[in-house]
Design a protein around this ligand. Structure first.
Ligand code: PGA
Length: 304
């Protein structure tokens, strides 16, 4: 069946007024133009939609069915209109982001606030390490990512939004746990449990010690901050992690942050996307939210 929205609009007006003349007035059409539209609609339906009894016109059973669907279609069209308006007003849409495994200690808090404010924005979140995030940027398959400073030389836009201090952790009964201003060189006597290659924490740590001319002895390698913290608690070595990962362990005093000279390693979190990327209104909204508000929403735990 071939019918047009215009025919349906005319049909709806005729049905509502039970009159070709009044429908024509409302739609600013001539009466023959209205009759023509109805005739074409009846032809494509293959059934009469109106019947004339005396001077009045009535919907036939087929006309009543047509009227029912016509109203449903009109409602859907109104809804499309509203959704488009909302999307323009940025209150609705889909946000696809990826965050560093370490950032995932605070990302859910940010997303919760954002989502309460804009409940009709759906969010898809991938959690991966720095290397995985660079892969996302390369594939351009997310709106943006949250990571440590991206490498120079890639065509990226990166805006910092809060600090990311890296600290040395030890079990609370470690001999250095209460020492002050521990010289950096002393760390050479210790074994470290480290994050996997491809992790931003690992890269930053290696760069820091290389610059200071310190050679660390690394023991086990683990692909999550949780595993590192467990291993350090179990006495397998010291660890270097972001302070963001430690809220619970510092509160319950299951781990201690060592007071080592030149620490913490000061890093920042960035919201990053490809240069020239056309951010959707929702993505732009999220970016502004992170850059303006994230810092206030995230309490970096104090070093105890
Ligand atoms: P990551 O953190 O160690 O979880 O990869 C990312 C970063 O610090 O850049």
């Amino acid at each position: 069946m071939h019918l047009t929205l215009r025919q349906l609009k005319v049909f709806e007006a005729v049905a509502r007024h039970s009159s070709y003349t009044r429908a024509a007035e409302e739609l600013h059409l001539t009466q023959p133009a209205v009759s023509m539209q109805i005739k074409q609609l009846e032809e494509s339906a293959g059934l009469p939609l109106f019947e004339k009894l005396g001077k009045k016109i009535y919907l036939t059973p087929a006309g009543q069915e047509m009227h029912h669907y016509c109203r449903a279609i009109a409602q859907q069209l109104e809804e499309v209109d509203r959704v488009m308006e909302e999307m323009k007003g940025m209150k609705r849409g889909r946000l696809v982001i990826a965050v560093a495994s370490t950032a995932n200690y605070f990302a859910p808090r940010l997303l919760a606030t954002f989502s309460q404010r804009y409940p009709r924005i759906t969010i898809s979140l991938d959690v991966t390490n720095r290397e995985g995030l660079l892969g996302h940027l390369d594939a351009n398959d997310t709106d943006m990512v949250v990571m440590g400073r991206p490498p120079e030389g890639l065509d990226l836009v990166a805006e910092p939004f809060t600090e990311n201090p890296l600290v040395v952790i030890a079990p609370p009964d470690h001999p250095l746990a209460n020492a002050e201003r521990i010289p950096l060189e002393w760390l050479q006597q210790e074994t470290f449990v480290v994050r996997e290659r491809g992790s931003g924490t690992r890269t930053a740590m290696e760069r820091f010690f290389a610059e200071k001319g310190i050679r660390l002895s690394t023991g086990m390698e683990m692909s999550s901050n949780e595993a590192i913290k467990q291993a350090v608690q179990a006495g397998l070595g010291l660890g270097i992690v972001s302070i963001h990962t430690l809220e619970l362990e510092l509160e319950t005093r299951r781990l201690a942050v060592l007071d080592v000279e030149s620490f913490p390693i000061l890093r920042h979190w960035y919201v990053v996307h490809r240069q020239g990327k056309r951010l959707s209104p929702v993505a732009q909204l999220f970016k502004d939210f992170v850059v303006k508000e994230a810092r206030g929403l995230l309490e970096v735990p104090g070093i105890v």
